[in-house]
Ligand binder design. Structure first.
Ligand code: CTP
Length: 403
């Protein structure tokens, strides 16, 4: 899955012949799963039509401060547009537009959106070779880059003038690759391997029955998805759940029993930087599994259970400099019990959820957590969707390990 999937992108089109290539650019961005809104300078409409770009982007195309065909002359909210964007790509960026961007000139909608933006801005210059080399253009590049904009250099080749040199707008595929690489490079968990356990475990009694619990796995799966979107290489060790992984980059290892989860977790722990154990592992397992289905001959049935190995505690014993996170689901003396677990299992962080809190717990789509760090820092959160809770946990870890 591309890092651009789900991203809101504004494509700014200015008046250069390369504007015709933005039709391909929009198509690639849409295929990558991005949402695209196109903002055109008025003159760029001579090179590519708003109808083409709105059809391809599946969105209205914006080019003026007010809608021309609107009797009440409703204004186009450039601030709202700018804040909607996760990133802006200005392609092609003409010498004229770049010069205006360096000076804060604001005589068209695209420039107003640019000046209002808080997100990263990429620009792909396109012009004739001598214009490209002109000291004023070089000055524009320097200024724009100094402002934090990211340049996508023009390519070498045949130009509209018939001359050959540097000035052709980078090809749409190359623009997208460069933006993807830049985003990947800036993700906080780049080069980090995160190991996550999720879901329940099933402990067989006989060939048809097992001891399990109500864990849905939703919390662990949400952590895996958010960690992957923040650039981590994720291994997710999952008990039996009815969930699917959306990000194909996540390495999913299916297990059933506590002992299988123990083996798998230890296998992957060696190479991880951070381990987050959210699984609801069975604490006891039948000491023997009946080979045939147990018949209901007797009035009572006694099954002897043996304690399972505590995966989290066993990792705490060998963790060295890895960052280890556990979960605590408590019903009473929540804070005290969680703090004791944090210490006993040698954790860096424990995520406390109380069954007494509304909106917290196993099957729900929301959770309410309190984070407790090794240094006794306690951070409570409100009830939130599990994806946001996952983000809160991961952002906390980012702060603690200074990645
Ligand atoms: N855990 C584990 N292996 C087990 C049991 C628990 O890795 N065999 C992990 C869970 O994934 C969770 C944490 O330990 O991160 C807390 O588990 P919990 O069941 O709340 O606590 P226990 O230590 O088992 O203590 P108790 O059941 O007595 O509250």
């Amino acid at each position: 899955m591309s890092v651009l999937s789900g991203k809101n992108i504004i494509l700014g089109v200015t008046a250069g012949i390369a504007a015709y290539k933005t039709t391909f650019l929009v198509r690639i961005l849409i295929k990558k799963g991005a949402k695209v809104k196109v903002v055109m300078t008025p003159a760029s409409k001579d090179f590519v039509t708003p109808l083409t770009l709105s059809t391809l982007s599946k969105n209205e195309v914006y080019s003026s401060f007010t809608k021309e065909d609107d009797e009440d002359a409703q204004w186009t909210n450039h601030v709202e547009l700018a804040l909607w964007a996760d990133l802006i790509i200005i392609a092609p960026a003409t010498a004229n537009t770049m010069s205006k961007m360096t000076n804060g000139t604001c005589d068209n909608l695209l420039l107003a959106v640019y000046l209002s933006a808080k997100c990263p801005v990429y620009y792909a210059p396109a012009m004739d070779l001598d214009m490209y080399k002109h000291p004023s253009t070089l000055k524009s590049f320097e200024k724009l880059n100094e402002f934090g904009n990211i340049q996508i250099p023009a390519a070498y080749g045949e130009l509209a003038s018939g001359l050959e040199g540097q000035g052709r707008m980078a090809e749409p595929e190359d623009i997208v690759s460069l933006v993807e690489k830049d985003i990947l490079d800036s993700l906080p968990f780049k080069n980090k391997h995160i190991l996550i356990t999720a879901g329940p475990t099933y402990e067989a009694i006989d060939p048809v029955r097992f001891i399990g619990n109500h864990s849905s796995g939703k919390m662990g799966y949400a952590i895996a998805e958010v960690a992957a979107s923040l650039g981590a290489q994720v291994t997710l060790i999952s008990g039996p759940v009815n969930l699917r992984i959306k990000n194909e980059a996540i390495n999913l290892i299916d297990v059933t029993t506590a002992s299988e989860m123990f083996e798998a977790t230890h296998r992957y722990f060696k190479n991880c930087d951070i381990a987050i154990l959210s699984a609801a592992v069975a604490d006891f397992t039948p000491n023997k599994v009946a080979l045939q289905k147990i018949k209901k001959k007797e009035e009572t049935l006694t099954i002897t259970l043996n304690k399972t190995k505590d995966i989290l505690a066993s990792l705490g014993e060998i963790k060295s400099n890895k960052y280890l996170v556990g979960f605590a689901l408590e019903t009473q003396n929540e804070l005290e019990n969680a703090k004791t677990k944090l210490k006993k299992k040698n954790l860096d962080l424990i995520v406390l959820n109380s069954l007494n809190d509304k909106g917290a717990g196993f099957k729900s789509d929301t959770n309410k957590i309190t984070l407790i760090s090794k240094d006794n820092k306690i951070v409570p959160f409100n009830v939130k969707p599990k994806k946001e809770v996952a983000n809160d946990i991961l952002q906390h870890i980012i702060k603690e390990i200074h990645v």
